[in-house]
Ligand binder design. Sequence first.
Ligand code: GDP
Ligand code: MG
Length: 598
Amino acid sequence: DRQKKIRNFCIIAHIDHGKSTLADRLIEKTGTLTQREMEDQVLDTMELEKERGITIKAQAIRLVHTTEGGEEYILNLIDTPGHVDFNYEVSRSLAACEGALLVVDATQGIQAQTLANCYLALEHDLEIIPVINKIDLPSARPDEIKKEIEDVIGLDCSDAPLISAKVGLGIDDVLKAIVEKIPCPEGDEDAPLRALIFDSYYDSYKGVICYIRVKEGTIKKGMKIKLMASKKEYEVTEVGIFRPQYMEVPELKAGDVGYVCASIKNVRDARVGDTITEAEREAKEPLPGYRPAIPMVFSGFYPTDSAKYEELKEALEKLQLNDAALIFEPETSVALGFGFRCGFLGLLHMEIVQERLEREYNLDIVTTAPSVIYRITKTDGEVIELTNPTNMPSPTEIEFMEEPYVKATIITPSEYVGAVMDLCQNKRGIFKNMEYIETTRVMLHYEMPLNEIIYDFFDALKSRTKGYASLDYELIGYKESDLVKLDILLNGDPVDALSQIVPKERAYQRGRAICEKLKEIIPRQLFEIPIQAAIGSKIIARETVKALRKDVLAKCYGGDITRKKKLLEKQKEGKKRMKQIGTVEVPQEAFMAVLKVE
Ligand code: GDP
Ligand code: MG
């Protein structure tokens, strides 16, 4: 039977534990690519992904493995994104598989994303094969780590492969485990078609390329298909497999992983998680688990050069062709002019879009501080969702306000528990509980406002734990909070793009800190610039950027030269992204600074 020779699996791991390296070894070992074709880390192809060392989108590859006994197996490897922003994509990739390799670094042990990914895989009933990696390192503790996985996750590790993905040790054991332990697919080939879209890309020649796992039935060229969530119908122009380049095949059947093209113009019409069925012979129900991507973080994007507004719009439209999660709408700011309010899955997603706009479209962008979606119940009973702090109704119109909360899991060496708890407290965390993973490592659970986590929480956590702590979080819903809008005035004029929503009890402290920070960031100009923080009409803090005198640099050189030099360099860098607000030149940094203060 055909399906008995197929294995569909993914690799899950905490970041840097060796997922991509293991994928490379599997590709190499099965001879899918020759050494020469083998570009380093094939699966992370996008330039940005390589630089950041993370997989942004899922990718898939078909490996052909011949066992010692001479039997041929088709192994479909689906790579998963490695960041919480893309957790929904991860869940769809997992839903396309029967099994998962759980890679754990033998020097680090279980980390926050090890657990999060493992639970996701268990939710999808995947067979999980623990794989202990990096055993070539002198500090590797494979036996302890095996015990840890058994104790904390409850997976049997007695014959977990001990490997070094880097030097290529133990890869045969991994292949053997895939064939022997992961169940084969068992879909009915004659049933009405149901294929899960686990990823989609826009290609200017082929249109949208849907990456699919056929669960039941058969799909082939010429077939009329229907997307069950978007309800749109198309005719299939091509089906194929990943070798890893696209290779057309006559058909894909239950159990197969491959791609489908059907002249689909936009990734929005073929969203990750949607089910493809046959138009003339529709499946009764779609595959479970579909949900549209929900943006969680919003920010204003403005061209530094106002004349580039149309260009920015076109660039965003182009990016959107390939990014179903990106949304935007026109927005005007008194301070920044014409721009767009954009919605993202998270901060990483936002940074990626910004970087792509700058690199691929050569645009200079000023972005405002990212904001979550606040929910406001007004005194007249109306409930509104607020994505831009500027639009906050006046306090008299507000009955109560709610903000999104996450459940955060932090794993840290026990000596840093105090520092981590202190940080979480600072970020309005609600302590839930604490467990020991081993005598030297602790897992902490907190509930925390999403707003406190999106910006620099991860960096702060890393710096307080010398890089040893790991973090994962998931949205749990909305909770009521006492919040106010904090405005910033430059030269007496409120700058709408600098407004932010803050917890009332922290407003004074925040206001002061922001004014101090802005004083450092805004370069001196020919006149004095007062910086003020206000809640409503009440001024709560004030600083002044002194006027620049012609001889100011000369004087400074007598004293602290390095500091001044740094300042000048900083100014030069900042020049690129400066925005004229009234008479004041404000660098990009200023818009982010409002979030960076402790
Ligand atoms: P990913 O984030 O899980 O995809 O991790 P990568 O595969 O990108 O690996 C992260 C880092 O660990 C890279 O610098 C790899 O070279 C290194 N690495 C991966 N596997 C091994 C291994 O078996 N031994 C050693 N010493 N380093 C490894
Ligand atoms: Mg990787």
